[in-house]
Ligand binder design. Sequence first.
Ligand code: FMN
Length: 488
Amino acid sequence: MSAARKKPTPRTASSIISARLSAHIALEPRADGNILAWFNGYSVGLGKFSTAAVEQAQRLRTGLPLTSFSAARSATVREVDLLVRRLARSGLLEYRFGPPKGGNDQVIIEPQMPEYWPQVAKLAANDRIVLSRFAYMRRRGDEMILESPLAAALFRIRDPKIAATLTSLATPQTLGKLRRQDGFPGAELIGLLLDCGMLFRVAAGSSGLRADEGDDNLVLWDFHDLLFHTHSTEGRQANPLGGLYPYADTMPPPPSVRATWPGQAIDLRHLLPESPNRGSSALNLFRARHSTRDFDDNDPITLAELSQFLDNTARIKAHWENRADLGDGSGPMIAYTVRPYPSGGSSYELELYLTVANCRGLDRGFYHYDADRHALVPISVQPQDIEAQLDSAIFAMDAPNSPQVLITIAARFDRISWKYSSIAYSLVLKNVGVMMQTLYLMAADMGLGGCAIGNNNIDRFARMTGVEFHVEGPVGQFALGRAWIEPE
Ligand SMILES: Cc1cc2nc3c(=O)[nH]c(=O)nc-3n(C[C@H](O)[C@H](O)[C@H](O)COP(=O)(O)O)c2cc1C
């Protein structure tokens, strides 16, 4: 008797990647061929395109398969490719992973950095892959999202089976084994996740743990520290950032002064001297200190003043050594420095970088302050990055003009995380606060003006210095110069 023939299972079309406009974006083709992209009442010009390209562009509402225009053949396809890349660079696109002809989205990729473009890393069946220790899933609204401070995009996971597959990748697995798992989403999605740093390859026999992922500097980062750094700065995330009053419609502003505690208060006022510390220079300095956002372009800070300012606030005064206390006397000797401001554990991980716009005796440019030699070392950067840095400072201060010198406070993260677990990044930020107050007080003492700036772009700094964002990066900024004084 012949065996019953198994009914062939219908082949399901495998999922593809399509580019589509983010939900809040509208394209407006003008009669002259120019296309505008509109979002939240703002528009961006995307350039002039042919009628055929404009027609094709309408498909970006539902999704244009990446393969349909990346292999540029006709002039129209090349135009669509250009348009899509311009939209991508402006952060106006997302990428859908799902069945080719409609159907549910399995994953939606949301770029977090302008230069993100979906790339599928090539994988062999015996490649062992594992989840990055920096990747995590969480609920956002009514969706599950997969994020990582290392990734240039986040993945909205719409299919629970994909979430389950990702969970199984907590342990290294070969692609071959993964393929046999129920709900395997296809090698293409695995390749996309690998390219983004959500997953990484591990060598056979390796545990797939901390030391196998990335370089020595990445090993030193705790998960929450790297996430905090990338999500509280500009450059590697697309969340709204800064003083946007996001809860103004939801609740009234919290009071400026805390409500008093119940209980009998001990009044301190009658204990004050009649004429409180009139001669105290510290008191005078505290009183004089204030933020200056408007600088006198006709009478800029001089190089001699800058030299004195840096000498007084940041220069290394002495060197010393001590053995690391590992409890048994086996710790290595550690080199330390003495500087004018306090620093957690004497780490002194902070470095000053100067963007000079207008300083008498010093060329416009970007410099590192060598705190040991008391010298400025020029760093060659693109002029547009200098402009962008100064423009961001003007925007952050809502200032009429650029600071004369913009000081970027950067941290050498390894210097502090080599010693401190769990509190490393918080110590860096506390040290930045100490440094800011030091700069404020010295500016006041020298008759200069300054203003702290709470935001910095870690991606731009990485581009300017060529140093990766997790190795050394900006954690604060300070605008410096001679204050503009209104004539009487
Ligand atoms: C950590 C920190 C971040 C700040 N960021 C900004 C900023 O981005 N833009 C700005 O105009 N002022 C900024 N400031 C300055 C404050 O707005 C200012 O200190 C505050 O309004 C009090 O005014 P005063 O400094 O003149 O006493 C910052 C101050 C600190 C300490």
